[in-house]
Ligand binder design. Structure first.
Ligand code: ZN
Length: 428
């Protein structure tokens, strides 16, 4: 009996998040993200659960009975893109003191708006690393229930950090007694905070290992969590089946985080040769958000960012890009993450051109946003490639992204789990 109910519950949940109909998409060209091969005239077939059942030449494709393939014969198909560092519940209009006037319910509504912009830009999965009030958990669950449009989400809940650090909020004087909900000092308090965050729905843990750019009163290069605290966090999170992403600009913090067993280093700005060697040795993913520097320097003051933040970005931005090139050439694992929310959501793909400008080939940048990102997120067999058994998460562009990666900035077709999100290619 219990088994029967379990099946019923599964069917119920499943039917709400996935289309009822099987179908197919016919692609003029299709990028095999894993091999890097561009294939001609391919058809992707999916079943009623939105899972791919076959990919191959259109001439031999067996379509589900009674269906015709969506015609993308003038376009190039790719797997749905993945951004491993977003903040969907925040906008770049609410920086510095303006951010204090925004309620948690209001942030959730901002998140619903940005989820839609993000999936329509071709990002069918995001890893959201830091949100207040578990708004990211609500957003993920609302999307999965089919109530609002958005990407698949892996969410961290509130980020963990030290008192007065980048993941605390230092804008108010002491009489307000304000601290962010993720603040936890010392190994045992940090372990307890990991448990609490998991209790309320986090898929992963986000921590602040070093200072940051957009926070008040700290420096990006200085360490915050100690090695001992990060070891406790990593051990506790892994025990509970969760990965850990560490915000780390500073040279020492990057190395401490890697040594502690953290799974990905976010920003990675001031990484040195020893840090690069450690990342390779431990298999740690590096995430460099190298597009948003331009936005901070050009638009940050208008967007209300603190003068000290602009000053910090001025010092660190170019160095981060040079270290991105160096780390890539050294062969570290890299995943595509942009810190969306620092710049306007939906512009995520603008980072591809930056990655190419700073040393990657277009295919490397696309792999960072597909197979590598899927591996880091923990869904290597579900997203990031158009293969049997993966979700039918597929985008299409006009032109060849391997010769001009900027075509990814104007995605024409988006499908998530076999359901069409947008189609600008349909005959009018
Ligand atoms: Zn961030």
């Amino acid at each position: 009996m219990r088994h029967f109910f379990a099946v019923l519950v599964c069917v119920f949940l499943f039917s709400r998040v996935t289309p009822a109909a099987p179908g197919a998409v016919r692609c003029g060209k299709l990028l095999d993200a894993r091999s890097g091969q561009m294939l001609n005239d391919q058809t992707v077939v999916f079943d009623a659960t939105g899972t791919i059942t076959s990919v191959g030449p259109s001439a031999s494709a067996k379509l589900p009975s009674g269906t015709t393939a969506t015609d993308l014969s003038n376009a190039t198909c790719l797997p749905g893109l993945i951004d491993v560092h977003t903040h969907l519940t925040g906008d770049p209009t609410a920086n510095g003191y303006a951010s204090l006037g925004i309620s948690i319910p209001r942030e959730a509504i901002t998140g619903a708006k940005n989820a839609r912009l993000t999936v329509r830009a071709g990002f069918t999965t995001v890893r959201n690393v830091g949100a207040t009030g578990y708004t990211d958990v609500a957003l993920r669950d609302g999307i999965d229930a089919g109530e609002i449009e958005g990407p698949r989400m892996r969410v961290s809940g509130p980020p963990l950090g030290i008192t007065g650090g980048h993941c605390d909020n230092n804008l108010l004087p002491s009489e307000f007694h304000y601290k962010e909900e993720g603040v936890a000092d010392g190994p045992w308090a940090a372990r307890a905070k990991v448990r609490e965050t998991v209790k309320y729905g986090a898929d992963l843990i986000k921590i602040c290992a070093s200072g940051g750019v957009l926070s008040k009163g700290d420096l990006p290069g200085t360490p915050q969590y100690t090695l001992e605290e990060m070891q406790a966090i990593a051990e506790e999170a892994h025990k509970l089946g969760r990965k850990v992403a560490a915000h780390a600009h500073g040279t020492q913090s990057i190395k401490d985080a890697i040594r502690a067993g953290i799974d990905s280093i976010e920003h990675s700005s001031l990484i040195d040769d020893e840090g690069i060697a450690l990342a390779k040795q431990h298999g740690t993913y590096l995430v460099f958000d190298i597009y948003n520097d331009d936005f901070i320097l050009q638009e940050g003051a208008k967007a209300g960012m603190l003068p000290e933040s602009i000053e910090k970005e001025n010092k660190i931005g170019r160095q981060q890009r040079e270290n991105f090139r160096h780390a890539f050439q050294s062969g570290t694992k890299m995943a595509f993450g942009t810190d969306a929310g620092v710049y306007p959501h939906g512009d995520n793909a603008k980072q591809f051109a930056k990655m190419v400008e700073w040393g990657m080939k277009p295919l490397d940048a696309i792999q960072a946003a597909t197979i590598n990102a899927a591996d880091l997120i923990g869904w290597p067999d579900k997203i990031g490639a158009l293969e049997f058994g993966h979700y039918a998460d597929l985008i299409a562009v006009s032109g060849d992204p391997l010769s001009d990666v900027r075509v990814l900035e104007s995605v024409k077709f988006v499908m998530k789990g076999g359901a069409v999100v947008r189609n600008d290619l349909a005959a009018k």
